[in-house]
Design a protein around this ligand. Structure first.
Ligand SMILES: [Zn+2]
Length: 344
């Protein structure tokens, strides 16, 4: 089995992995509308933020350069672990308006525990030559960041590729020429419904390095158990916010359910601190509550997997059950299982 547990020693504290970094939209809007979760869900005292959107929001950036700390601005405790990505996801559509130097200085100013290097996502629509150019630039940016990086924060190189060989080669190239604490696999979101392809690419990355492996943007309810099984150390997701916006209720072990499909129920099938005491009617009207429940659902899915692994139950039996309800993810898991068995 490739699933593994480790501990990261970071400037703001230790972090047990595997872990989910909930995406905070601080900087993306005038105020951060992510409801409070740090301090209420113990394992999620961490957040993924977008360095570029914070840097580009003038009033916020002015406060931060005038002595306000990011954690103060976000209203979270001092020991909150922050992973600041470059915001490169936005470059799939627009021109790059930053440099490795500007990005890393921003990350240092934000006092993030983990810095992600600039990445330029690949696009399904783009020609192979254009995508190769993007892959090469992401590599150059990562190596520049490695030269500029100082301090105790960890530096993760962002890696892209459309086939397992490219991903393997890129990680080995970066490993030989730069100094990175881990790798973060990007460009998975546009192909997320192609589960087989995603699992192959993740496995290629996992096999190419023993170091920390993060996968950008795929920490939702269905991907989470799959990524844990493939030995991924961390992932991030904004699924809890997006789903709540669509009145989509995440159910651990199943997936998302649109609330209008079950409106005759009095109580929701979840005993979390949000749903346990309240009626379905009540939660449906309260988007903040729905967002908080959705985050509890992600925590429950993660806790369940850890329990299965810790109690010496058969993880593959658990996943057979977990994925039996959906033909597409079941087949993806079967493929992953064959590949993992060949490796272990
Ligand atoms: Zn709940």
């Amino acid at each position: 089995m490739l699933y593994r547990q480790r501990k990261l020693d970071l400037p703001h504290g230790e972090l047990d992995t595997p872990v989910l970094f909930p995406v905070r939209n601080v900087g993306k809007r005038s105020s951060d509308n992510t409801p409070k979760y740090v301090g209420t869900i113990p394992e999620f005292s961490a957040a993924m933020i977008n360095a570029r959107s914070i840097r580009n929001r003038d009033p916020m950036w002015n406060r931060l350069t005038n002595g306000v700390a990011l954690r103060e601005e976000m209203d979270v405790p001092e020991d909150t672990i922050i992973f600041a990505d470059s915001g490169g996801f936005d470059f799939s559509e627009q021109e790059i308006d930053t440099t490795p130097e500007k990005t890393i200085k921003t990350q240092q100013k934000l006092d993030s525990d983990i810095h992600g290097t600039i990445d330029i996502p690949l696009s399904r629509e783009n020609r192979a030559a254009e995508n190769q150019r993007r892959i090469d630039r992401s590599i150059e940016f990562a190596l520049e960041a490695s030269d500029l990086h100082t301090g105790d924060a960890l530096l993760f190189a962002s890696v892209h590729g459309y086939d397992p060989e490219t991903i393997r080669n890129n990680i080995q190239y970066l490993e030989n020429r730069g100094d990175f604490d881990g790798y973060a696999l990007g460009s998975m979101v546009p192909i997320r419904t192609d589960y087989k392809k995603v699992t192959k690419l993740v496995l290629a990355a996992r096999n190419a390095t023993e170091k920390h492996l993060h996968v950008y943007g795929l920490g939702g309810l269905v991907y989470q158990p799959l990524l844990l099984y493939l030995g991924v150390d961390s992932f991030d997701s904004s699924a809890f916010i997006r789903s709540a916006g669509n009145r989509n209720y995440l159910i651990p072990g199943f997936g998302g359910e649109e609330l209008h499909n079950i409106e005759d129920l009095d109580r929701l099938p979840c005993p979390c601190p949000i749903c346990g005491q309240r009626s379905l009617e009540d939660i449906r009207e309260d988007r903040t509550a729905l967002t908080q429940h959705n985050l509890w659902a992600l925590a429950t899915e993660l806790r369940r997997f850890k329990y299965i692994a810790e109690s010496d139950r058969d993880v593959e039996n658990y996943l057979d059950l977990r994925f039996q309800g959906n033909e597409v993810t079941r087949r993806a898991y079967e493929t992953a299982k064959q590949q993992v068995r060949r490796l272990t």
